[in-house]
Design a protein around this ligand. Structure first.
Ligand code: E4P
Length: 220
């Protein structure tokens, strides 16, 4: 499963990219607005930091507008991918853009049937939002599991991207479900690497090492 960062913050992206584990980035209008920067400039900058796919979302609600934005986004960088919402207009735009060879990530997916529609429209990626389903007392990761299973049964090649991830457990469940990609905020990415026993173990190793070196030095 590929690991993506869900952010438009360049410092966060650079830090996680330096670990050598970052496969791509997803952004959305809320995340870009939070940065208070020029959308195109920022997406281009992100595309230079990561070699994997970088999702940039259209903000039009009609198909023509989405097509115009999507065709433009596709020229920003070879690894820029257009994000369209899972609406009738979004499906129509996805279908046309896909026919033109533009990769589309269909976002705001909350059901298996919506995922099937995205796949039929030619989506390269479909993004079920797990956390937002959890927020309304549903099991968001169960949806990811079902979409992965249905795509497998149906021989659908559209990639399943587990989105709206809020906890490390979401990441583990996405991997167990067989999701192709999981995108998560910086905070969750940092939580993935932390374990108290790792810290404790390292402390012990270093203290044993220091003691041993001191003994060797004392022996001359
Ligand atoms: C994914 O592409 C979305 O940007 C994101 O995962 C939404 O997450 P949220 O529900 O935490 O805002």
């Amino acid at each position: 499963m590929e690991l993506y960062l869900d952010t438009a913050n360049l410092d966060e992206i650079k830090e996680i990219a330096s670990w050598g584990v970052l496969s791509g980035v997803t952004t959305n209008p809320t995340l870009v607005a939070r940065e208070g920067v020029d959308f195109k400039r920022r997406v281009k900058d992100i595309c230079q930091v990561v070699s994997g796919l970088v999702s940039a979302e259209v903000v039009s609600t009609d198909t023509e507008g989405m097509l115009k934005e999507g065709r433009d986004i596709a020229t920003w960088a070879p690894n820029a991918i257009v994000k369209c919402p899972l609406t009738p207009a979004g499906l129509a735009a996805t279908s046309q853009l896909s026919r033109e060879g533009v990769k589309v990530n269909v976002t705001l997916c909350f059901s298996v049937n919506q995922a099937l529609l995205a796949a039929r429209a030619g989506a390269y990626i479909v993004s079920p939002f797990a956390g937002r389903l959890d927020d309304i007392n549903e099991d968001g990761m169960a949806l990811v599991e079902q979409i992965v299973e249905v795509f497998h049964i149906q021989g659908i090649e559209t990639k399943v991207l587990a989105a709206s991830i809020r906890t490390p457990l979401h990441v583990t469940r996405a991997a167990l479900a067989g999701a192709d990609i999981a995108t998560m905020p910086y905070k969750v990415f940092k939580q993935l690497v932390c374990h108290p026993l790792t810290d404790k173990g390292l402390e012990q190793f270093l203290s044993d090492w220091k003691k041993a070196m001191a003994t060797v030095a004392a022996k001359g």
